[in-house]
Design a protein around this ligand. Structure first.
Ligand code: DLL
Length: 433
């Protein structure tokens, strides 16, 4: 179901004309109102008058997390604080969080984007939306909440955690749509099984999962265990929060970017050069309708590629492939670039192991060592030691075949790896501690 036919199915040419008009207005505002942007543009030798076509976006300087940190907390806002009605922040791994602000109109835009996202899963006002994204400074909870209300659905503001209660509410209130991280969805599925809840008593139909990387295999696992359609949703607080891009239930292959509000580019993370559609690189966003905190060419560090083929759902927006990792997620193990998603891919293709894993990186002497800790399923764990040994050797071999590096595999008992209630922590890099 398409929520906003007028914009979501705009012919490409009209869409690009709209983007250009909005881009020009944005650059004008940033140049005149935000000192850090004025300085950056001055340094790059570009003024608002230089933006004559969409292609001219390449002339504009990038924005990075460091820019936001340098101007902490509100230095890059375009409006005075009295026009800001909401603040969110994303917790950085180190130091101060990244702070973002919204005007009343921004909140409306965001709600519209999340309503569209839910409509991508076929949801309507008749749905009961179980929102298990965390409420608070994180954009997931409130962002999804306002979108579900805008859709006219019935929202249950659960937030994360207390999984047994979540399941009871799902049964009693008849939740039809589940919103949470994919790792938490698996956690919920596991508790449903352990507590012998009759799956047929749940009305769940679809889930919108995001906020962390996940794989096709993990989608299959969630769909099978929860008996729902699992869709990928993407967003980041610096750009708006959830509601930047979403898969449609018709295709489930790539996420439509809401291009009437965001211009996406893919760049080579090393050179900053813009790459042609279809090539893999770092995703960059310019927000062309936000008021309080718009960003110009924000480097997300997320790795993906753009798909410019038409989609069966009728939306004309380009799609992005699922995010395969982040440029700063990449571990260098003995000189080889390794992304957690690659390991996940191997693990999820094996029936004997469960989708709960952690990667522990240490250094022994001058050598990096990666230990893959993964839970085995209950049947296997009670089997003979020899069988476990064979399995761990097999995992090691499959990882070696894919990545060309050796690692240690530690098969652990079911339920030993800490369960996630939000974003899962997959990597513990002890080399950095
Ligand atoms: O995670 C916003 C969000 C909430 C998105 C709920 C989807 C659902 P941040 O906390 O700022 O915002 O984290 C943003 O999370 O740059 C990606 O690295 C990662 N991420 C978000 N969605 C996906 C996804 C929210 N579908 C960062 N696949 C982003 C992979 C994702 N990574």
């Amino acid at each position: 179901m398409i929520w906003n036919e007028e914009f979501e199915t705009l012919p490409r040419e009209a869409l690009e004309a709209l983007q250009l008009k909005r881009l020009k207005r944005l650059i004008e505002r940033e140049y005149n109102l935000v000192l850090p942007y004025h300085k950056k543009m001055e340094k790059a030798g570009v003024t608002p008058d230089d933006i004559k076509s969409l292609d001219d976006i390449k002339r504009l300087p990038f924005t990075t997390k460091d820019d936001l940190r340098d101007n902490y907390p509100f230095g890059m806002f375009t409006v005075p604080l009295e026009d800001v009605v909401r603040i969110h922040a994303s917790s950085g791994t180190t130091g101060k969080p990244t702070v973002v602000g919204y005007t009343k109109k921004d909140i409306d835009t965001w709600a519209e984007l999340m309503a569209r996202t839910l409509a991508c899963g076929g949801s309507t006002r008749g749905d009961v939306v179980h929102n298990a994204y965390g409420y608070g400074l994180f954009t997931g909870g409130l962002g999804a909440h306002y979108g579900a209300e805008k859709l006219g659905a019935t929202v249950i503001p659960m937030s994360g955690g207390n999984t047994k209660k979540q399941i009871m509410i799902m049964q009693d209130f008849g939740s039809t749509v589940l919103l949470c991280t994919p790792s938490y969805a698996l956690n919920i599925a596991e508790v449903i099984r352990e507590t012998n809840v009759d799956r047929s008593k749940l009305k769940l139909r679809v889930g919108h999962f995001g906020a962390e990387p996940w794989s096709e295999n993990m989608r299959e696992e969630i769909e099978k265990k929860l008996n729902i359609s699992a869709l990928d949703i993407y967003g980041l607080s610096e750009v708006i929060g959830p509601g930047v891009a979403s898969e449609c239930i018709e295709k489930k292959k790539g996420l439509h970017i809401f291009e009437d509000h965001f211009i996406a580019e893919i760049i080579d993370p090393d050179t900053g050069e813009v790459l042609p559609h279809g090539e893999k690189g770092e995703l960059v966003f310019t927000t062309i309708t936000k008021e309080a905190f718009p960003v110009i060419r924000y480097r997300t560090k997320d790795i993906t590629q753009l798909i410019d083929e038409p989609c069966v759902c009728g939306r004309t927006f380009y799609r992005m492939k699922r995010v395969s990792g982040r440029t700063d997620d990449m571990m260098i193990i003995r000189g080889v670039n390794v992304f957690p998603s690659q390991i996940e891919h191997v693990l999820m293709s094996l029936e004997e192991v469960e989708p709960h894993y952690q990667l522990i990186i240490t250094r022994e002497g001058a050598l990096d060592v990666m230990e893959v800790q993964v839970e085995v399923n209950e049947n296997i764990f009670s089997d003979e030691v020899k069988q476990l040994e064979t399995l761990s050797k097999r995992v090691e071999r499959e990882i070696k075949d894919l990545l060309g590096i050796s690692c240690k595999v530690k098969l652990v008992e079911p339920k030993t790896i800490q369960r996630s209630e939000g974003k899962a922590r997959r990597v513990i890099d002890k080399r950095k501690i």
